[in-house]
Design a protein around this ligand. Structure first.
Ligand SMILES: [Zn+2]
Length: 503
């Protein structure tokens, strides 16, 4: 074969083979290494590898694919052969796939398709047709599958059938033989807990007190975790407990009101609470001024315990003594004092501004937990490899030996680590914002309706002293102003700063 001894690169992602068996990127990698040994190819590192499906119906970042395309465009892609497990693996989106084929044609790169055990040269008309046909078939399969799922979901919504995860408080009974769903009914253990939660909120108990009590009684959540006020609130706001089925694909969480597209149908299951109870609890949970810590009369303010004094670092509280002029103050030392409304307006604005700019990639995805585990594992591997290689480089340097290739490897690994760290950060972000707000362009329309608790939770996430490069703006600190009279009042922006540990 004329291609003996050339450099090759591999693109790897989860893939199913003909028999429907899933091949992990690692398994594919082993296959690629064998192929390279067979033909004497040099496999370049790092590999273009990612996890998750290639279909356009998943909103995941395809970092490795984007990098592959960018490298081809910029002429950084120096391999002669691109190894793929199956020819629909590049991407299931036709446009992306065609772009890849055309770039490879232009750059004189041929495909090795493991599934066919042969080279496909996109400059040869028959091979090109094969590559395009495979992708077109894959796109069709995915589109059909996705349509079927949507159709089934819609149909079951119309009939009021239960859908998705089983809500806490219910269980589902299936036919023993056919495994067909017979009914969803109150779970004898969980249902009383749900009813108790509603009753207690109506009776004026705080979510914190309820959570504490349930945890103390050993009544765990489904997954075995402890209750926290936020998941109780999210749960109690779900219409499912009144026996209705809500089909509202655009609503991100129960904190938000239903969208105009929402379809509500009578469910086929028994309600756990009366509609009036549900509405009463909803009113309480969405009330911005509600008491949230056991002390009667105590009101929690947006930034108390979150914003800090820029001089002594103490967390600010609202001075309750002068009700007419509520101010955030540093109580122990009295270094700073600022008008409550002014500071809060400023914080609302900056939080929204910040969340608006978080990228699309932060959208929540069900597969994200698995992906996060995977990225974390890859990161650990890459770091270990980097450390070992770097140690080797130092050793050789001290011995006066050449380190060229090894040093390049270290640099490559550094790049990979940086890329993985960014992905890890992106994956971690949504789990903290989930149920609160959708980061991105809809922030400003969503924010006013999410309720005080969610706004305070966001302030807590965005306005805390997290290190540079992680989620958040930094801690909102109020600075001291010098003595003397001023003609113009000082703007909040000019007497605050966002503090981050290494900035
Ligand atoms: Zn202070």
């Amino acid at each position: 074969m004329e291609l003996t001894g050339v450099d090759v690169a591999a693109y790897e992602r989860v893939s199913k083979d003909e028999s429907g068996v899933e091949r992990s990127p690692e398994e594919q990698h082993d296959g690629h290494i064998e192929t390279c040994e067979r033909f004497g190819w040099r496999l370049q590192t790092p590999t273009y590898r990612e996890v998750g499906s290639a279909s356009k119906y998943q909103r995941k970042a395809r970092a490795a694919f984007d990098r592959l395309i960018a490298d081809l465009k910029a002429g950084r892609f120096t391999a002669r052969v691109l190894l793929l497990y199956a020819s629909n693996r590049g991407s299931r989106q036709m446009e992306e796939w065609l772009e890849l084929i055309n770039l490879c044609t232009k750059r004189d790169v041929v495909f090795w398709v493991e599934q066919y055990d042969r080279i496909l040269d996109p400059r040869k008309p028959r091979d090109r047709k094969q590559l395009i046909d495979d992708a077109s078939k894959a796109e069709l399969d995915v589109a059909e599958m996705s349509q079927n799922i949507r159709r089934t979901t819609k149909a079951s919504a119309r009939k009021g059938l239960p859908h998705g995860r089983i809500p806490f408080g219910y269980r589902r009974i299936y036919d023993e033989r056919t495994r067909k769903l017979l009914r969803q009914e109150p779970d004898p253990v969980e249902a009383p807990i749900v009813r108790e939660m509603y009753d207690r909120v109506l009776a004026g108990h705080t979510l914190k007190a309820i959570a504490r009590d349930l945890n103390a009684r050993g009544l765990k959540r489904r997954g075995g975790g402890d209750w926290v006020p936020q998941n109780i609130a999210l749960m109690l706001l779900r219409e499912v407990y009144t026996g209705v089925r809500v089909h509202d694909p655009n609503r991100k969480s129960a904190y938000q009101p239903m969208t105009p597209e929402a379809k509500v149908t009578e469910g086929v299951w028994e309600p756990l609470v009366a509609k009036a109870t549900f509405l009463g609890v909803k009113r309480i949970l969405r009330d911005p001024g509600r008491r949230t810590n056991g002390r009667p009369g105590a009101v929690v303010h947006l930034l108390s315990g979150i914003a800090a004094c820029g001089k002594c670092g103490e967390l600010l509280r609202v001075n309750l003594k002068q009700k007419k002029y509520w101010r955030y103050v540093c109580i122990t030392n009295g270094c700073v004092s600022i008008d409550k409304t002014e500071l809060e307006d400023y914080a609302h604005e900056r939080v929204q501004q910040y969340l608006e700019k978080l990228s699309e990639h932060l959208l929540v995805d069900e597969a994200i937990d698995g992906e996060l585990d995977d990225v974390t594992a890859q990161l650990a591997d890459a770091r270990a490899e980097r450390d070992e290689t770097a140690a080797l480089v130092r050793e050789r340097r001290q011995a006066g030996k050449r380190t060229g290739t090894l040093a390049t490897m270290v640099a490559d690994l550094e790049d990979r680590i940086e890329e993985l760290e960014q992905r890890e950060q992106k994956l971690r972000t949504p789990s903290r914002l989930a149920g609160l707000i959708t980061p991105g362009p809809t922030v400003r329309s969503e924010y006013p309706g999410i309720g005080f608790d969610a706004q305070r939770a966001l302030a807590r996430i965005v306005l805390t002293p997290t290190p540079v490069g992680t989620l958040g703006l930094g801690q909102l600190q109020v600075l001291q102003i010098g003595p003397g009279r001023r003609r113009e009042p000082i703007q909040v922006r000019d007497r605050t700063r966002f503090f981050r540990p290494d900035s």
